[in-house]
Ligand binder design. Structure first.
Ligand code: A2P
Length: 316
C-alpha cells in the first residue's frame, strides 16, 4: 500500500477505513474484517460514538496476532466541547481510553467550532462558544503540548480553511501536519488542496463516496448522488471496476489520503482493492471535470439560531 511520509519518517497508509456513521453494533466486525483483509489505517473520532467498539476490534486483532500496534495508523479527533485549554487533554484521553491505545498516530481538531463542556450535539445556539472566547490557537497550543508527551505522534486539523490554518501557524510557529476535509469529485476544493500541499500539509479526503448514509440533520433531499454519476459509471464499466473504486483510485492518484466508510465485507474488500487501480490520464481528467463545488457537509448544523457561527464564518 502506498504511504505518505511524515517529517520524522512515519508512514501513513494512503487508504484508510472511515468509521463515521458505522453503527456501534456493526463497527466491531467491520474493523476486524478490515484489518484481516489488509487495512492498516482506521479513521476515528470521539463524536462517532463508536470508538469503544473500534477499540475492541483493534485489541482483538492485536491479541490474535493479526497485526502489531506499530503496523496500524489510528487517527482520532478532538470534539468541539473539549476546546478549552483545560479540557483538551481530557478529550484526547477519552479517545485513547475507548480505543484502548496508549498513543494515537494522528490527532485532529475536528471542527473550528467550540461548544460548551459535556455537549455532544448542540440543541440550541446557546450550546456554542465563540472563537473570540476560545480562540483556535488556545486549542492548537494544547495539541502541540500533548504531542510532546508522545501520546499523539502527529497533530493536525479538520474542516479548517486556509486562513484558519495561517492564523494558528502564525501564532504558534507550528503548522498542522494534516488537514482533513470534505473532498470528492463534486467538491474538489482545488485552492485549499493546493495551499495545503504547497505548505507541506497533508490532506485527508472525507466523504469520498458522497456519504449517502448521512444522518438526517446533515442531509437534504435535493442533493446530487455522487455514486450515480453517469460519467463515473462509464469509466467504471470500461475499466471493469465499480464506481466507488473509480472515485477512490482517482483520489489516491492525486496523492491525497482517502477514507471510504463501509461496514459491508464485500465493499470493504472492493474499496481496499482500489489501491491497485491505475486510471488513465483521460479518466482522471473526466472526473476532474465533474466539480460542482457541492458540500454535502455544509456546516449549516453549526449555524443554528443564536449560534455565534455562520456557514460563511466556518469555511472562511
Ligand atoms: P456501506 O457501509 O453499507 O458499504 P463515504 O465514505 O463517502 O462516507 O460513503 C459511505 C457510504 O457509501 C455508505 O453508505 C457505504 O455503505 C457506501 N459504500 C461504501 N463503499 C461502497 C462501495 N464500494 N459501493 C457502493 N457503496 C459503498
Amino acid at each position: 500500500m502506498r504511504t505518505l511520509t511524515f517529517d520524522n519518517g512515519d508512514q501513513m497508509p494512503i487508504l484508510g477505513l472511515g468509521t463515521w456513521k458505522s453503527a456501534p453494533g456493526e463497527v466491531y466486525e467491520a474493523v476486524l474484517e478490515a484489518i484481516k483483509i489488509g487495512y492498516r489505517h482506521i479513521d476515528c473520532a470521539y463524536i462517532y460514538g463508536n470508538e469503544n467498539e473500534v477499540g475492541d476490534a483493534i485489541q482483538e486483532a492485536i491479541k490474535t496476532g493479526l497485526v502489531a500496534r506499530e503496523d496500524l495508523w489510528i487517527t482520532s479527533k478532538l470534539w468541539n466541547s473539549f476546546h478549552k485549554k483545560e479540557d483538551v487533554e481530557e478529550g484526547m484521553n477519552r479517545s485513547l481510553k475507548a480505543l484502548k491505545l496508549d498513543y494515537l498516530d494522528l490527532y485532529l481538531i475536528h471542527w473550528p467550532v467550540a461548544m460548551k463542556s459535556r455537549i455532544d450535539l448542540p440543541s440550541s445556539g446557546a450550546d456554542f462558544i465563540s472563537l473570540e472566547e476560545i480562540p483556535l490557537i488556545e486549542t492548537w497550543n494544547e495539541l502541540i503540548e500533548l504531542k510532546k508527551t508522545g501520546k499523539i505522534k502527529h497533530i493536525g486539523v479538520s474542516n479548517f480553511s486556509k486562513s484558519k490554518i495561517e492564523e494558528i501557524t502564525k501564532l504558534s510557529g507550528i503548522k498542522p501536519e494534516m488537514n482533513q476535509f470534505e473532498r470528492h469529485a463534486y467538491n474538489q476544493q482545488p485552492e485549499l488542496v493546493d495551499y495545503c500541499l504547497s505548505e507541506g500539509i497533508k490532506v485527508t479526503c472525507y466523504s469520498p463516496l458522497g456519504s449517502a448514509d448521512r444522518p438526517a440533520r446533515v442531509k437534504r433531499d435535493d442533493e446530487p448522488a455522487l455514486l450515480q454519476n453517469e460519467k463515473v459509471k462509464a469509466i467504471a464499466e470500461t475499466n471493469g471496476i465499480s464506481v466507488a473504486q473509480a472515485l477512490i483510485a482517482w483520489t489516491i492518484a492525486k496523492g491525497l489520503v482517502v477514507i471510504p466508510k463501509s461496514t459491508n465485507p464485500e465493499r470493504l474488500k472492493q474499496n481496499l482493492d482500489s489501491k491497485d487501480i491505475t486510471l488513465s490520464t483521460e479518466d482522471i481528467a473526466t472526473i476532474d471535470s465533474l466539480d460542482l463545488g457541492h458540500r454535502y457537509i455544509d456546516g449549516q448544523f453549526w449555524a443554528q439560531e443564536g449560534s455565534p457561527y455562520t456557514v460563511e464564518s466556518i469555511w472562511s
